[in-house]
Design a protein around this ligand. Structure first.
Ligand code: ZN
Ligand code: MN
Length: 481
């Protein structure tokens, strides 16, 4: 009988923290799009004699992330030096955490959904640890020359390590998607995949079903999209199965491989290094960090609603599964939705303005959510509608122009002369004119035909080019008759 094999996957996720400054110096942490080597200083360049100062904002964000993935915060933890030699690492060591990490023993519950967003399975992946460290710079290879940009050197990272609880590539992807949502929800990372703010190393091995032992694994380094994570795992799984068929068992030792996107295959890099290779020792320039139970529970009180509960709340508002996922996966869309809902307390109206109108206009302008008007501009538009400055219909037109031009609602209303006439004396004048111009309609209204009033209101609306406030017109007209 052929033996049955199962796939064992564990992940290491590096997420860049969304802080103002770098992990150990005051350099700008937002180097995206900036000229190479312009957001650097002697500290993040590893000059001798400089002293690192831990970034409090980064530590606070890492604590929030740790609590959101249900980890215990280490009462005492410290930084360690991890030594390796590479041109993108100016100090010759990374400041990381080794034996006393910030947080340990957590769990992430994640859902697997079908294409309509319906949950088909709910699973749990245990978290081994979360620790803080600084990032290295970036190497660029041009022909025979290599260039290095240190802007990224010193960027604060969280490294999140899972237990080998994942059983296939689909689970791995569903897990990292949920982890990303959580990191965004607690504002610890923007986790923008396009900007490389979230990167994965995946370990994969096979074992016979029914056995518990972990066999030598392949570690696939530096995957930076869901697609490459999924494809690399599937490729390596097939390779390991073939190897097992040939050799009758697992490979003899751990290896480190790279994923080559263009060739759709993994490539052997080296035998896997062990902790001994890094010569870890406690960072002598940074005192240990201590967190009391009281401090930790103060952080826990600040935890926001997490994505899976948030999704439930959206569903309860009557929003469908696909839209709920859209809101959770697009932080800016969610900020807009939440602030409109907070203001209107009307899910149907919010959904119509944000998910139908706004997304529709963005779509037809071929713009993405990042190019959408800010939430406070949408609120300004709502105010214009609710105060009667413009009608709801005109509001839709204004929103379209906001998306198109980036102007504020008030600018658009003014420029296009869209203000509704709500001024009593102006409307009275119009109503008086309407009464004089429509003697027949007035007659039939007076003889009891309610519907005739509509014709007179219609006349006023036409005369004012749609800008008279219809409710006001109605009120004044009734008073006069
Ligand atoms: Zn610096
Ligand atoms: Mn790391």
């Amino acid at each position: 009988m052929p033996i049955e094999l199962e796939t064992i996957i564990g992940l290491e996720v590096h997420a860049q923290m969304s802080t103002k400054t770098k992990m150990f110096c005051s350099c700008d942490n937002d180097a995206f799009g900036k000229a190479p080597n312009t957001t650097v200083c002697p500290i993040c360049m590893g000059h001798p004699g400089t002293l690192p100062v831990p970034n409090e904002e980064a530590i606070n964000k890492a604590i929030m992330a740790s609590l959101a993935i249900k980890c215990e915060i280490g009462e005492q933890n410290h930084f360690d030096r991890k030594h390796y030699f590479y041109p993108d690492l100016p100090a010759g060591f990374q400041i990381s955490q080794y034996d006393f990490p910030l947080a340990e023993r957590g769990t992430v519950t994640y859902d697997q959904t079908d294409s309509s967003g319906k949950i088909i399975a709910t699973k749990v992946c245990k978290i081994t640890r979360l620790h803080m460290e600084n990032d290295a710079g970036k190497l660029m290879h041009r022909g025979t020359t290599s260039l290095v940009d240190y802007n990224r050197a010193g960027t604060p990272l969280m490294e999140i390590v899972t237990e080998p609880d994942l059983r296939n590539a689909e689970e791995a992807v569903a897990f990292v998607q949920e982890l990303r949502r959580i990191l965004i929800a607690v504002n610890a990372s923007e986790a923008d995949m396009f900007k490389g703010m979230m990167r994965f190393d995946a370990s994969i091995s096979l074992r016979e079903v029914g056995t518990e032992k972990l066999n030598p694994r392949s570690e696939i380094k530096n995957l930076n999209s869901y697609k490459s994570l999924e494809r690399a795992l599937k490729y390596e799984e097939r390779r390991l199965r073939k190897l097992w068929d040939k050799d009758g068992g697992p490979p003899p030792n751990d290896i480190t491989v790279g994923w080559v996107d263009d060739e759709e295959k993994t490539k052997m890099l080296r035998n896997k290094e062990t902790a001994d290779d890094y010569r870890y020792f406690p960072e002598p320039d940074i005192p240990p960090l201590r967190f009391s139970k009281e401090e930790v529970s103060a952080f826990a009180k600040e935890l926001p609603t997490l994505p899976r509960e948030q999704r439930e709340e959206y569903l309860k508002l009557g929003i469908d599964e696909k839209q709920a996922m859209q809101l959770i996966d697009q932080p800016k869309l969610r900020v807009i939705f939440d602030s409109v809902y907070k203001k209107t307390n009307d899910a149907k109206r919010t959904s119509s303005i944000v998910l139908t109108q706004l997304l529709g206009f963005l779509n037809s302008e071929e713009k993405n959510i990042e190019q959408a008007p800010e939430a406070n501009m949408i609120l300004e538009l709502l105010e214009c509608i609710d105060s009667g400055t413009i009608s709801a219909n005109a509001g839709k037109e204004v929103l379209g122009k906001m998306v198109q031009t980036g102007k504020t609602p008030k600018e658009i209303i003014k420029d296009e002369g869209m203000q509704q006439i709500s001024d009593d004396s102006a409307i009275e004048e119009l109503v008086q004119k309407a009464i004089e111009a429509n003697p027949k309609a007035i007659e039939s209204f007076k003889s009891g035909k309610e519907a005739a009033l509509g014709a007179i209101v219609g006349w006023v609306m036409k005369e004012s080019k749609g800008q008279a406030n219809p409710a006001k017109v109605n009120e004044i007209l009734r008073n006069k008759l």
